[in-house]
Design a protein around this ligand. Structure first.
Ligand SMILES: C[S@@+](CC[C@H](N)C(=O)[O-])C[C@H]1O[C@@H](n2cnc3c(N)ncnc32)[C@H](O)[C@@H]1O
Length: 373
């Protein structure tokens, strides 16, 4: 346990470390991005009711102490919902994570696994010397799905600079994985400006030599050569100003499903305008919280041929034990129904249940429709 004076000196040393200095740069940029009054931004660029509430919960990130920045990953539960507490050492779930990691490795032909980084408060179950949490497995699964759908082939040519754009990049987890695997990529993160307090701080610290730009945040223009940058952070309020840079891939995980029909339509139209040949999505047709969205996959289908990539039998949120539990419970139900004596009316009645809406997560690789390529 640290003494009080050790804690105070830790605060002082953390203030001088790159993570905190990066945070200060990012905070200035984000404050600048947010200067235009909300009424001045297009209505579709305003955060949904759901995200307005979420943003209010981490207002404190505008005043993050050096120790908070030092443990940044502990605070990203605001974005993907995972908490460090669930991963304390000795947690029984570790074996289930190892089982799922193994299953994913069985589908991975290219070595696409990138573990959770240990710095900035990285956490997870210790598996074969690596930290693994739900986010780690989700990004791994996404990379494999992209690979199986043919979305990564163009990134494999190390001599060709490629451009990827992620919509709703959250705390920067997928960007981190992607850039680690494909360094010769300009990775554009589009998100609500406040989210860059997490993602930009994280990515700048993890990739200290990266060249970074903040549109609307540091006066960087839109005309220069975007390819020179490693990361470009674009607030969703400036999306309409993005010039016609050729994009290789647009990505979205678990974020279109929380937007409105108009917002998703505009992002798919953006991918089409920037001639992105490929669009990867991991989403449900809409989240249970979305009241203003029709169907993500139908909207993607307006501009892209939708290919669903089959992956595991469990969604990214669950481990295989959920499948086993489900099988056991349906067997129990079947046995009960079989052995229960039937009344004459039950014996002839036919149980017609309304068809359930398919709300499962789908890995989709969209190919830009022929004729518009
Ligand atoms: C559930 S988080 C997922 C984050 C990340 N994609 C991941 O899978 O770890 C949803 C993300 O969508 C972003 N988002 C919400 N509304 C948005 C909008 N209109 N434009 C761009 N991003 C948006 C949120 O700020 C957040 O980063």
């Amino acid at each position: 346990m640290l003494t009080s004076s050790e804690i105070l000196s830790l605060v002082e040393t953390r203030k001088t470390l790159p993570a905190y200095r990066n945070y200060q740069i990012v905070r200035d940029a984000v404050l600048k991005m947010r200067e235009p009054p909300l009424e001045a931004v297009p209505e579709t660029a305003r955060p949904s009711a759901y995200w307005t509430e979420e943003l209010s919960r981490f207002l404190y990130m505008f005043d993050a102490s050096p120790l908070i920045v030092d443990q940044l990953r502990h605070h990203s539960y605001h974005i993907t919902g995972i908490q460090v507490y669930a991963y304390r050492s000795g947690a029984a779930a570790a074996a289930l994570f190892a089982e799922k990691l193994e299953a994913l490795r069985g589908l991975d032909e290219r070595g696409l696994f990138v573990p959770e980084a240990r710095d900035m408060g990285g956490f997870g179950h210790e598996i074969d010397g690596d930290l693994v949490n739900i986010d780690t497995l989700k990004y791994y699964e996404s990379m494999i799905a992209m690979d199986r759908g043919g979305a990564l082939a163009r990134f494999r040519d190390p001599s060709a600079r490629r451009v990827a754009m992620e919509i709703g990049s959250g705390w920067g987890g997928l960007a981190h994985v992607f850039k680690a695997l494909f360094p010769n990529t300009t990775y554009i993160c589009v998100d609500l400006a406040e989210l860059f307090l997490f993602s930009a701080t994280y990515l700048m610290t993890r990739f200290p030599d990266a060249k970074v730009a903040f549109l609307g945040g540091d006066g960087a223009g839109l005309d220069g050569d975007w390819r020179e940058y490693d990361f470009i952070f674009v607030p969703n309020t400036l999306v309409q100003d993005i010039p016609d840079i050729p994009l290789d891939l647009m990505l979205n995980t678990v974020s279109f499903q929380e937007m409105t029909t108009t917002q998703v339509t505009e992002y798919v139209a953006l991918a089409d305008r920037l001639k992105a040949p490929l669009l990867y999505s991991l989403n449900r047709k809409r989240s249970v919280y979305s009241k203003e969205l029709t169907d993500v996959h139908e909207i993607i289908g307006e501009k892209y041929d939708v290919n669903i990539i089959p992956m595991l039998d469990v969604p990214y949120t669950k481990m295989f034990d959920s499948l086993r539990k489900k099988e056991r419970s349906s067997k129990k139900k079947e046995d009960k129904a079989r052995t229960k004596p039937k009344t004459p009316s039950e014996a002839v009645s036919v149980d017609v249940k309304p068809e359930k809406e398919d709300m499962s997560y789908k890995h989709v690789v969209g190919w830009r429709k022929a004729g518009t390529r």
